[in-house]
Design a protein around this ligand. Structure first.
Ligand SMILES: Cc1cc2nc3c(=O)[nH]c(=O)nc-3n(C[C@H](O)[C@H](O)[C@H](O)COP(=O)(O)OP(=O)(O)OC[C@H]3O[C@@H](n4cnc5c(N)ncnc54)[C@H](O)[C@@H]3O)c2cc1C
Length: 169
């Protein structure tokens, strides 16, 4: 995102993309942070990714090892799709919170781990615009663009200078 005008998110230390297993103090928080406590997964490890390249690498490694993968953004999936005991690798996008303007596409790019609260704040302070995506600040853009009909991924963005908002992971 270096060529773009960012509204502030420090790039992630590449070391953070390593495998976070049950012995790591971060594991319990990352593995069990889903909103719906009815479901509980126990992945072999969590990948805390910070870039598209790290996502690609994490998926490739899991596929090579024939391990089932799930991806988590804000953690508000109500079904047991992420917190599923069959999931062996959990890719967590919490650190991917970049919001940037892409002049080539004349569009804003929003990384998948950005929460709605962060998105509203960055869009407003960075560009004076917003999106109609609901009122829960903790839900993730990744899951919302994938699932929720109220999200603005189809380009319903109220904006002075942009044409659409896209989620990227
Ligand atoms: C308390 C609460 C408040 C909410 N408020 C709002 C709101 O204000 N505005 C709004 O637009 N929406 C709202 N929602 C709905 C929310 O947008 C969706 O639940 C969204 O999917 C959550 O995204 P996430 O990134 O937080 O979830 P995460 O759990 O991080 O995202 C995972 C996403 O991947 C999907 N997924 C994972 N594995 C699979 C699979 N194998 N197959 C298919 N899909 C898969 C999940 O369904 C989910 O969409 C709310 C939900 C809750 C529980």
């Amino acid at each position: 995102m270096s060529a773009r005008t960012e509204a502030g998110s420090p790039r992630t230390d590449p070391a953070a993309a390593g495998r976070i297993g049950p012995d790591d103090p971060r594991y319990a928080d990352l593995a069990h942070r889903g909103f719906n406590r009815r479901f509980r997964g126990n992945p072999d490890y969590v990948r805390l990714v910070g870039s598209t390249e790290q996502v690609v690498q994490a998926v490739q490694e899991a596929v090579r090892e024939d391990l089932r993968v799930a991806v988590r953004s804000g953690g508000h999936c109500l079904e047991g799709l992420v917190a599923d005991p069959a999931v062996r690798v959990l890719i967590d996008t919490s650190l991917m919170t970049g919001v940037a303007y892409d002049p080539e596409m004349s569009a804003l790019v929003v990384e998948a781990g950005t929460t709605l609260g962060e998105l509203y704040r960055k869009l407003f302070l960075g560009w004076g615009v917003t999106v109609p995506a609901g009122e829960s600040p903790d839900i993730g853009v990744g899951g919302t663009c994938w699932e929720a009909p109220s999200a603005s991924c189809a380009g319903s963005m109220a904006s002075r200078r942009t044409t659409c908002t896209r989620s990227r992971s």
